[in-house]
Design a protein around this ligand. Structure first.
Ligand code: PLP
Length: 396
């Protein structure tokens, strides 16, 4: 089918291909698992955010199936009409508890959680949103939808943050919100949240931490960055996603009861987009139970992380500054990163190449994430294939 009026799309696609930015994703043909079937091939999968390997866990699946049997497949309504199901309120209560907060509010994704908070709280031109330069795209888009102006501080640079907070514009602001990722998704480093909170509070700002890659991963029982730093009760808003370690889809903000109630009446994604299927809420309740009662998943995740990082370093790779299960394998050139990913795939390992604009030019890489489900054998196999293909391509 062709439309003369849509000819521009052909040109746009051609331009993306020329710039090496055209994306054609591989297709997963099995469950999201440590060894998955991707594009018809069985490979060690180092690419998902399935940190705890619970996406196809029997207990979790059973919880989802039971919820479908009891409550059906979907709510067919937004939360504020009749899409609030008992499983949603139960999950909000449990996430509040998990994050040591008074209350929490569910959204359709981590992305919409960030949009919802930024847009609904930074609602006047006299507010100020202050954001780390490497924050996730959903924070950037949330900031664009907010009425408040925004200031960007250099990555984890608390001095720079203080300069912004102490400037007249910030001092005059009605409300100030400092926003940071908890774990940064491309480099796997952790925000210096203790210092950020101290300087934010010094100037009367509140803090929102996006724990998409931290919830279910770092801190006591996987409670996130706030727990990691022992800052319980000191951070105003904690965002989590249900889409990574929790293996389903959705997001939430854990905060005070009154802020939760406010967002529940004004946040546009909450008001104008339907609630999650009950099976999603049941999935997350089951994952929470596992996190609180079966520490072996987190332990395996961190043991695997330490093993993989160590072996990759021994093989001669530059794995950046990551201190989390996200391990970047630096390549420095997109054609080479793609070639490495393709050769690894042929050898039975999947790791995704990332280039501009997801990461800065010159920092092209493969990003790997190990999970609790990988065996030492899977990881040894992966490192061996990395070493072989890395040598072929003169990366090591
Ligand atoms: C993945 C991610 C999100 C988006 O979460 P979804 O639930 O997939 O929409 C938001 N913030 C950060 C830091 C992320 O890594």
């Amino acid at each position: 089918m062709t439309f003369e009026t849509l000819k521009f799309a052909d040109e746009e696609v051609a331009a993306l291909k020329k710039e090496n930015r055209f994306i054609k994703p591989r297709v997963l043909e099995s469950a999201q698992a440590p060894v998955s079937v991707i594009d018809g091939k069985k490979v060690v999968n180092l690419t998902s955010n399935n940190y705890l390997a619970l996406a196809d866990n029997p207990k979790v699946k059973k919880a989802a199936i039971d919820a479908i049997e009891k409550y059906g497949v979907g709510s067919a309504a937004v939360r504020t009409i009749i899409g609030t199901m008992s499983l949603h309120t139960e999950l909000e209560r449990r996430f509040a508890e998990f994050k040591h907060a008074e209350a929490s509010i569910l959204f359709q994704s981590g992305f919409t959680s960030n949009v919802a908070v930024c847009q609904s709280l930074m609602s006047a031109e006299t507010d100020l949103l202050i954001s780390d330069e490497l924050n996730h795209a959903s924070i950037i888009d949330g900031a664009r939808l907010a009425k408040a102006p925004r200031k960007i501080y250099r990555h984890k640079d608390v001095k720079h943050l203080e300069e912004i907070l102490s400037a007249p514009e910030a001092r005059a602001a009605r409300r100030k919100m400092v926003v940071t990722d908890g774990v940064f998704s491309m480099d796997g480093d952790i925000a210096n949240l203790d210092e950020i909170v101290a300087v934010a509070h010094k100037y009367g700002a509140f803090v929102m931490v996006d724990d998409a890659h931290a919830s279910g991963v770092i801190g006591k029982e996987g409670r996130g960055t706030v727990s990691h730093y022992g800052l319980d009760g000191k951070v105003e808003i904690q965002i989590g996603t249900l889409s990574k370690a929790f293996a389903a889809v959705g997001g939430y903000a854990a905060t005070t009861q009154s802020l939760r109630d406010y967002m529940g009446s004004v946040a546009r994604p909450f008001l104008f987009s339907s609630s999650q299927p009950p099976s999603v809420a049941a999935t997350c309740l089951a994952v929470l139970d596992i996190l609180l009662t079966e520490p072996q998943y987190l332990k395996r995740l961190w043991d695997n992380t330490a093993f993989f990082k160590e072996e990759m370093k021994k093989a001669g790779f530059d794995t950046g500054n990551s201190v989390t299960p996200i391990t970047p394998v630096m390549v420095g050139d997109m054609d080479k990163a793609k070639a490495l990913s393709n050769r690894l795939f042929e050898e039975g390992v999947f790791a995704l190449p990332l280039g501009f604009p997801t990461v800065p030019k010159g920092k092209e890489r493969l990003r790997t994430i190990v999970t609790a489900g990988h065996t030492i054998k899977d990881l040894e196999f992966a490192v061996e294939k990395f070493a072989k293909t890395g040598k072929e391509l003169n990366i090591i």
